[in-house]
Design a protein around this ligand. Structure first.
Ligand code: PNS
Length: 177
């Protein structure tokens, strides 16, 4: 049977438990899944591309058929470059539908052979978005259970310079020991 590679494009700023839930579901139905982080010059992200890539690589290392990449330009062109036949996107609520439908149909217009596959994350993540996670974390709220522990830690380091300093001192001391 023909192998199907899918791309899962997005901003992942930062990756959430909802993204990971979708990656796990996608990894079960596609032969290969490429988590593709968009290099978007129009957005000023909280995490750099390298930081997001590292977090996602760390979080998906146990999936043998998942890899992480960075892309720019059109999603359809990137899909062609990596030989993908499908685009995976998550739909959380009805409110996502209009935007996702528009994107899927535009992608179909640009590349009729490329299919968009929508999957629903687990219901406990149905209200979760990177934007809300950033906002809650920036305002000092807890994002526990919403993002993986390493993302929670990176958010703390990023938003609280004192934590970052402590971390740097510890690793310096560790290197000296
Ligand atoms: O996580 P996001 O920000 O909702 O992801 C949006 C993304 C990256 C899937 C979308 O912005 C995208 O595909 N951008 C690439 C540019 C492109 O192909 N535009 C035309 C498709 S509508």
């Amino acid at each position: 049977m023909k192998k199907v590679t899918a791309i899962y494009p997005g901003s992942f700023d930062p990756p959430t438990n909802g993204h990971l839930d979708l990656i796990e579901r996608g990894s079960k139905i596609f032969d290969d899944l490429v988590v593709a982080i968009l290099r978007n010059p129009e957005k000023a992200p909280l995490f750099s591309l390298a930081e997001r890539r590292l977090m996602l690589e760390n979080l998906t290392a146990h999936f043998k058929n998942v890899r992480v990449d960075i892309f720019d330009g059109l999603t359809v062109d990137y899909a062609e470059r990596v030989g993908a036949g499908a685009v995976l996107r998550g739909i959380r609520a009805l409110s996502d539908y209009e935007y996702e439908l528009q994107m899927a149909l535009m992608n179909r217009k640009l590349q009729p052979e490329l299919e968009t596959v929508f999957m629903m994350p687990a219901e406990q993540y149905s209200y979760l978005s990177s934007r809300l996670v950033r906002e809650v974390a920036q305002l000092g709220g807890s994002v526990k259970d919403l993002v993986p522990a390493i993302v929670e830690q990176r958010l703390r380091e990023k938003l609280d310079p004192a934590v970052k300093l402590q971390h740097a001192r510890k690793s310096k001391a560790g290197k000296r020991a």
